[in-house]
Design a protein around this ligand. Structure first.
Ligand SMILES: NC(=O)c1ccc[n+]([C@@H]2O[C@H](COP(=O)([O-])OP(=O)(O)OC[C@H]3O[C@@H](n4cnc5c(N)ncnc54)[C@H](OP(=O)(O)O)[C@@H]3O)[C@@H](O)[C@H]2O)c1
Length: 253
């Protein structure tokens, strides 16, 4: 199949392109760096010509509330206009577990809700893959709660997943039939946010301490115990914290 990966130069996109090619498909990495821009529509029609599947793993370059909403709304409109024109048979998009629960208080998640709504209303058969937080995102979580020598975090649970497991799952769903619904994916271990960040800080030799604070917000949102974790039917990856961390140390950056 010809499969266009929007955001194909990104963390997940690059891995998905490699998996698809390894399985014998023609995978096109489409993003501004290769002349395809969903915000302006540049290069979209050309990239989608003759394609059967579109995988959307792009992300907004700015996380500012208005910019994120604008990114997902405008990109979604341009993308689906081009997909309908090209007769795309399956649209697969990566979203976040708990998006609906987080949207009331967080601008980023209002953007993701808008993205998911456009997908459902597009008329293109689709699969929305909602993932938990990537291990690769833990340093950003630590940074967001940093206050001097401590990192203040909600006592909520998190079930982080490695980007390798995310990319494998997205590849499998892209090669499967459209589900016209949402599937959830997560990592193999559930733990408290502070426990995860403490392990990360200790492993990287960072002397700061992660502490629980019932009022600490997560990118603007107040969390309940289960806000960030998936339901019972999630696809669960194999890479845990230790495996992920040792892999990071093995790969020179
Ligand atoms: N971080 C997490 O923990 C987490 C958890 C669950 C789900 N997700 C979702 O995972 C998705 C991918 O995240 P990621 O970390 O892999 O992203 P990333 O590494 O930041 O890559 C973003 C990609 O989006 C592309 N892009 C930016 N502007 C674009 C535009 N105007 N048109 C087309 N493509 C554009 C970039 O292309 P260039 O390189 O050419 O600029 C790049 O390929 C996001 O939708 C995010 O919501 C993330």
């Amino acid at each position: 199949m010809k499969i266009v990966v929007i955001g194909g130069s990104g963390l997940i996109g690059g891995k998905v392109v490699n998996h698809l090619r390894a399985r014998g498909h023609e995978a096109i990495a489409a993003s501004p760096s290769s002349g395809v821009n969903t915000l302006t529509g540049e290069g979209l029609a050309e990239a989608l010509k003759g394609a059967q599947v579109v995988v959307d793993v792009a992300n907004s370059p700015s996380f500012e509330d208005k910019a994120v909403l604008e990114f997902f709304e405008t990109s979604g409109r341009n993308l689906f206009a081009a997909e309908v024109q090209a007769g795309i048979a399956h649209h697969v998009a990566l979203s976040v577990v708990g998006t609906d629960r987080l949207a009331q208080q967080s601008g980023y998640f209002r953007g993701k809700v808008a993205q998911e709504k456009l997908i459902r209303e597009s008329g293109v058969p689709y699969t929305i893959v909602q993932s938990t937080q990537f291990f690769e995102f833990v340093s950003a979580i630590a940074h967001s709660g940093a206050e001097g020598d401590t990192v203040r975090l909600s006592p909520a649970y998190i079930q982080p997943i490695a980007s390798d497991d995310v990319a494998l799952a997205v590849t499998d769903y892209a090669l499967g039939a459209p589900l016209n619904g949402v599937v959830e994916i997560a990592g193999p271990q559930r733990m408290r946010l502070a426990e995860l960040v403490q392990r990360y800080l200790a492993s990287t030799g960072d002397p700061r301490k992660a502490v629980e604070d019932a009022h600490a917000r997560y990118f603007g949102a107040e969390l309940h115990d289960d806000t960030l974790v998936p339901g019972a039917n999630a696809r669960v990856g194999v890479v845990d914290f230790d495996a992920w961390f040792s892999q990071q140390r093995a790969v020179p950056r």
